[in-house]
Design a protein. Structure first.
Length: 97
């Protein structure tokens, strides 16, 4: 989609090996989920499950049905593989020994 009135929105997804940022042109009123689908990242990264993955705009959690605005950066977050509090405890215990 392009032309007068189209909004430019970035979609970002990172894996441990790389980060991808795709720019998408959408009509005003598009939702976060629509923008993610339009980016092609769901086909390229089948591990992304929008029903389970958290998403955000500029680091603020949002829902897939929330609208985007011109210039937004939509981010798809991967699940944490370790609990940050538990990892801190382990590091602290290791330093004591």
């Amino acid at each position: 989609m392009s032309g007068a009135g189209a909004w430019r929105v970035e979609v970002a997804y990172a894996t441990p090996a790389s980060q991808e940022v795709i720019e998408v042109s959408v009509s005003p009123g598009a939702t976060v989920g629509e923008v993610i689908r339009a980016s092609g990242l769901l086909e390229k990264h089948p591990e992304i499950d929008l029903s389970r993955s958290r998403v955000g705009v500029f680091g603020e959690f949002v829902r897939p049905q929330d609208p985007v605005h011109d210039g937004d950066r939509v981010e798809i977050y991967r699940p944490l593989i370790a609990d940050p509090k538990e990892a801190r405890r382990k590091r602290a215990a290791k330093k004591k020994t």
